[in-house]
Structure formats: C-alpha cells, structure tokens
Write a protein that binds this ligand. Structure first.
Ligand code: ASP
Ligand code: MG
Length: 450
C-alpha cells in the first residue's frame, strides 16, 4: 500500500476477484508508526513536532491521491474533492487529539487507539474512491460500524456474534455485485469508542469478516509469495510452502513469520475457510494455501528462527523430590508480568526463554531467593515446524546431526508434536538454520525470489 502504483495493483487484483469481493485494507506503509510517533511526541510536550508528523501524513495521502488520479485510465471526476475533504477532516481530528494529549501530558490506550486507527480510516475511504475512479462499484464501510470489540484498548477482542449480525450489511452489498472496502485493524466498543485489535491486526480483521460473511476463502495479500520454509533474506534456497495446515501456519505466525498475524487462523478454523497468502507483486504466484488437512512430502515444513532472546536457567538442589518449586518459579514471572516462551526442565533445573525486551532484574533478584540463577543474553531460538515430528522416524536424529557443529543451550519439544525447538548463540543462528534447511530440503535447486 506504499504508493499510487501499488494501489492500482491492489485494485486490479480486487477487480479480477469478481463482484462481491470484500476488501479489508491496512494503512499505507509506515503510517501507523508515524501516527504512534506523533502521539508520543505530543505527550512528551512538543506539539509543534507532533503536528509536523501529522502534516506529513496528510501530505503523503494527498500526494498519493493526486498520483493515482494522474494514472492512465483513471477518471478523477468529483472524487478528488471528496478525498481531499476526507483527508482534511481526519487531519484536523488528529491535530485535535494531539493538542489534547499535549495539554494533559497523558496518552491513554484509548487515545492511542483513536489515533493509530486513523491510518486505516484514511486508506480505506481513499481506496474506495480510487476503486470508483476506475469503474469498480465500490462501497466504503466504516469498520467502527461493523467490528464490534471489547473495550480492552490496544488489544481489543472481537465480539463475533455482533460482527456477524452487522456484517449482514456487507453481505447485502456483496450479493448485489458491489465491492465493499473496509479498513482493518480498528473497530469500536459497545459505546462506539474506537478500539484496535493490536499491531498487524488487519489480517485478523480480514479473517473475522471472512467468518462473519461466510466467505469461500480468505486471501491475505502481502509483499512476499506466501509463507516460506525459512526467512529468504538469510537462508539460501528458502522457498514458498504450497500447503500448510491451520496448526502449522499458526505455529509459524506465532513464531514471528511476519507475513501473517497470529490470530488470523482462528476464525478460519471455525468454519474451515481456506486462507491464501499471496503476493501483490506476483499475483499469478500460487502463494501458500492454508487449510485443515494440508499435505506434504516431508514431516518438517519450515525452520523458523528468532534472534535476540534471553535464556534463564534456574538450578535448585532442593528440587529433588520437592514439590512446588516450578510453581514458585513461575509465580515470580507472573508477578512481574514477564512471559516465558520455551521451557525445559530436569530434576534439578529449569531453563526458560524470554523476550530480550523483558525486564528481568526484578525477576532474577527474586529467583535468587529460591535457586541459583544464570542469564544468557544474545541467544537465538530455532524451531522445526511440521507434522508428527517425533513420530516420524529420524527427524530428531537428522536435526541434531545438522546441528552437530553448534553448541545447543536448550532443547524443547512442543507437546503438539508440530514443533521441535533448540536455542543456540545468536552468532550461530543463521548458519545453524541453513544447515537444517539443507538437511530437510535438500532438493530445492532454484531459489525463488521472495
Ligand atoms: N496498520 C496496522 C499496523 O501497522 C495494522 C496492519 O497493518 O495490519 O499495525
Ligand atoms: Mg500486515
């Protein structure tokens, strides 16, 4: 969604999908980040600077619209005025919010939702106007009218029954051959106050609407051709995965495969709606199809990794035959609201991984009271994701053989048998992943461009 050409590409895809297609759109690239920055800048007291950011956002959208209407085959008509009006209205609203925040010196989650949703409020309305300008009978839908959520600002939960009820309006347009276009990411709570589903939430909005409208398929259009066997920026011969099961895709998304918001899969599973991850730059590429009983030749589907994590080991001599030790340790994490990702235990020790950003001092200090504690920074988590990993003969043996040259700090096997994870030093991560990739996907000759 970066520029006018991108918008044209998106609308060509929408048009080709045929009448009735419902489009959920995210903000233009970088806009949500800029909005959040503007809000934070206002809170710290510099209204002028905050307004400058707001002005840049406004100018970017005006530029985009002008560029779009200058494209060949586009007839702007009265749309230009409508668009400029909409942009001016939102820009004024944003400036008002910024003034309020600066005056009060306070930025609540509620205010931040009102502000960060502006990106989608810009893009969805403007995209609908651009669609009309190239002859697509589009209707703009304000997500605040449809996406009803709880009032947990910043990470609101969808109220699916309400959304289904209100989604009938979208279905009605759809059935009459129109093209509804709605912003993702935001919605509103009971009283109509704007909420958001959390960063990257547009994918989630799309699958929620897919569920509510009983769509045949949910397509996530992004800038890479689906979900990959590993990160193609670092791993040679990583390739786009043809098919994934819902569980595998969710596991990969949670792991940090940025192409898909982790919650996207949930609504699709509920009605068994296939999800396609496709590339706006290569629309003819089949991308990845995610559905319930996806098949594959190899039990390992992907090798994901995440650098910069921290491992904490806790050793208690008293754990031997003692009960309550695990509970005590995890209670300390809970108290300090630090979330633990991977855990492995032995009779006397526990190893855990946490995000680098977690504030650990207080946790460690308390842990020291019950055990001896070691903290290892600059670690990387590597996960094999697939089906029946441990049941399939030789997977673990092959994996550890591929990792023979790299010291392993921690091993953990997910109970669902779709994840086998190890932790190595940051510096070894890419080489270790490459070695695993060469082992499990030896026959991929031609690297696919992402
Ligand atoms: N614009 C929102 C964000 O940047 C939502 C999305 O792009 O999915 O987080
Ligand atoms: Mg996204």
């Amino acid at each position: 969604m970066a520029d006018a050409e991108a918008w044209k590409r998106v609308l060509d895809i929408v048009k080709a999908s045929g009448p009735g297609t419902i489009t959920i759109v995210s903000a233009t690239s970088g806009t949500t980040n800029s909005l959040i920055l503007a809000a934070e800048t206002a809170r710290s007291g510099s209204l002028e600077e905050a307004k400058q950011i707001s002005d840049e956002i406004k100018k970017r959208h005006i530029g985009l619209i002008n560029d779009f209407f200058d494209l060949e085959g586009v007839s702007s008509g009265a749309s230009t005025d409508l668009c400029v009006n909409h942009i001016n209205k939102l820009a004024a609203l944003l400036d008002n919010y910024l003034l309020g925040i600066q005056t009060l010196g306070e930025l609540s989650a509620k205010s931040l939702d009102a502000i960060s949703s502006i990106g989608e409020r810009y893009s969805s309305f403007l995209l609908a106007e651009c669609a009309a300008a190239i002859g697509i009978p589009a209707v703009w839908i304000d997500a605040a009218d449809i996406m009803k959520t709880t009032s947990e600002h910043g990470k609101a939960a969808p109220l699916t029954d309400e959304i289904r009820e209100r989604g009938k309006r979208i279905v009605h347009h759809s059935e009459n051959g129109r093209f509804p276009i709605m912003g993702g990411f935001y919605g509103s709570e009971e009283h109509g106050v704007i909420t958001t589903l959390g960063r990257g939430g547009s994918d989630f909005s799309a699958s929620l609407i897919g569920l509510a409208t009983e769509a045949e398929a949910i397509e996530i259009w992004t800038d890479v051709s689906g979900m990959y066997t590993s990160d193609p920026r670092f791993v040679q011969r990583a390739f786009s995965i043809k098919e994934l099961s819902f569980n595998e895709a969710a596991e990969l998304a949670y792991f940090g495969a940025k192409v898909l918001h982790p919650a996207t899969i949930q609504p699709a599973v509920e009605r068994d709606i296939p999800v396609y991850v496709k590339n706006t730059f290569a629309p003819e590429h089949p991308g990845t199809r995610i559905f319930s009983d996806a098949d594959s030749d190899s039990p390992v589907r992907a090798i994901a990794f995440k650098k910069d994590i921290t491992v904490i080991t806790v050793i208690s001599s008293r754990m031997l035959l003692a009960w309550g030790f695990l509970a005590k340790v995890f209670a300390i994490f809970e108290k300090h609201r630090v979330s633990v990702d991977l855990v492995s235990t032995s009779e006397v020790s526990i190893s855990m991984t946490v995000d680098k950003k977690a504030r650990l001092e207080a946790v460690c200090e308390e842990l020291e009271h019950v055990a001896s504690v070691n903290v290892y920074h600059n670690q990387a988590l590597i996960s094999l994701v697939g089906k029946n990993l441990m049941k399939s003969k030789g997977v673990a043996a092959k994996a550890f053989d591929a990792l023979a040259d790299f010291p392993i700090r921690m091993i953990s096997q997910g109970s669902s048998d779709i994840n086998l994870s190890v932790v190595v030093e940051n510096d070894h991560a890419v080489k270790a992943v490459q070695s695993l990739h060469d082992t499990f996907f030896p026959n991929q000759q031609t690297p696919e461009s992402p």
